[in-house]
Design a protein around this ligand. Sequence first.
Ligand SMILES: Cc1cc2nc3c(=O)[nH]c(=O)nc-3n(C[C@H](O)[C@H](O)[C@H](O)COP(=O)(O)OP(=O)(O)OC[C@H]3O[C@@H](n4cnc5c(N)ncnc54)[C@H](O)[C@@H]3O)c2cc1C
Length: 465
Amino acid sequence: MSATTTQTSQKVNDEAFGERLSNGRLKSEYYEPIPPDHFLPKPGDQILDIGIIGSGIAGLAAAIGLIQSGHNVELYERSGFSNEIGAAINMCPNATRVLSFFQFNFERPKPTTAEEMRFIDGSTLEMRRRMIAPDFRKIYGAPYLLYHRADLHTELKKTATKPRPRLSKVAKINLLSEVTKLDLDGHITLSDGRQIKKDLIVVADGVRSKFAADVVGSEENIKALPSGTMCYRFLVPTQKLLDDPQTRHLYNTERFTMQIAAIDGERLVWYPCRSGDVQNFGFFVKDSIVGFEDEAWNIPTTKEAFMKAVGGLHPDLQAVCEKADDLKLWRLCSRTKPIPRLTRGRVVLIGDAAHPMLPHQGQGGGMAIEDGAALGVLLSNLRSKEQITNRLQLFHDLRIKRVSAMVIFSSVGQDEHTKISDLARPHVDGPLPTNPQQYHDFNFTPNVIRDAMEILDKHRTSGRL
Ligand SMILES: Cc1cc2nc3c(=O)[nH]c(=O)nc-3n(C[C@H](O)[C@H](O)[C@H](O)COP(=O)(O)OP(=O)(O)OC[C@H]3O[C@@H](n4cnc5c(N)ncnc54)[C@H](O)[C@@H]3O)c2cc1C
């Protein structure tokens, strides 16, 4: 949720949009839901055997999208799924729109939303600014939700692997199955030496992707580098905050609230998840990590180091930090430049493997979910395997500008847009966003399912597919 969302901006937005979006499309059609079985194969269509490397948000989203197009999907996951990150994640309207199409059960993972935002001084606790969030469902046709990451991931896993109404297929997840080698014709090798051939391989192996360079064709700018910021992330049960007279006032009992306490370039950000039972905290601070060059998400730390890092915060905020459960240190990494291609041969790159980004727009997971839906639509109703590479090229054409722009926008705060305008320009059709309201429109408006249908139809009618 951006810093300056207000009720006033909602009004301006509604008035400006009316029945149409700012790009002229009729809202009701563009946001009209597509049934999940819309892309199932017709008689004579080619069904594919698809392998996905990695079962994070991106791999699971691709699995769901591809099942909805009737393909056989198998995922290969290095871990045993025991290393879930204890932190929350924003699911913005562009992502929740896709989750609806996925028949995702929104309630089971216990969502919350941020109904209010508060900006406070981290050393004095003085309130700098307070805003009530708009009704995102009304503006963008889909909700803005906050989830615990593990809950979101578990629900995506269920959606991919359990039978759903109107869909007969489910994905198979192979845990403890590390992929060590990839060939561009669809062969992969597992760490136990097994070789597997698929019609198509989706690479979704995350920010430290082993295979992104194979697709790009060069090692240059593939490694995601430390951005200079690290983040301590932790959870505190809401009741613990309420039980302590020193921290009780830091919880707004009237409505779900996202709070940002800033001090000298450092920020403590917190918001609720799990129906409000748990508060998710992130303390963003200058990166001082030594060693762990190849780690991004789970760098070991201690409570002692953390308490030292938060020493400048007001004592009441430090009292909150003392309650940290499940403390994790994340190094924020991204590529300095977006990569130039997303596919080669029978291989396609998605999620953080394709576009690792900093969290300033809260869109890394959202882009991964959009990727999954786009792949499903663009690989639907194939007539033969010969069409695979053309369809993957359409995926590239549809996604490359959107994800490249998001990588660049995510590298700075929404109030620092002048720093990146030259870099972003080639990746954006139309005006660049220059304020939080315009970032919302850029980020939340697109309906990737409709956009993928449109590009597919255009190529079908031109006879190129
Ligand atoms: C501090 C922070 C805050 C964030 N907040 C938000 C937010 O609010 N909203 C949002 O949308 N996004 C957010 N993001 C980004 C989001 O979390 C990521 O973009 C998203 O999780 C990426 O998913 P992924 O599936 O591409 O990668 P990952 O989740 O990293 O998954 C990759 C998977 O591949 C597996 N794997 C790796 N190598 C192999 C191999 N060789 N063989 C088999 N399996 C392999 C891994 O074990 C892993 O399970 C945030 C990120 C950070 C760092």
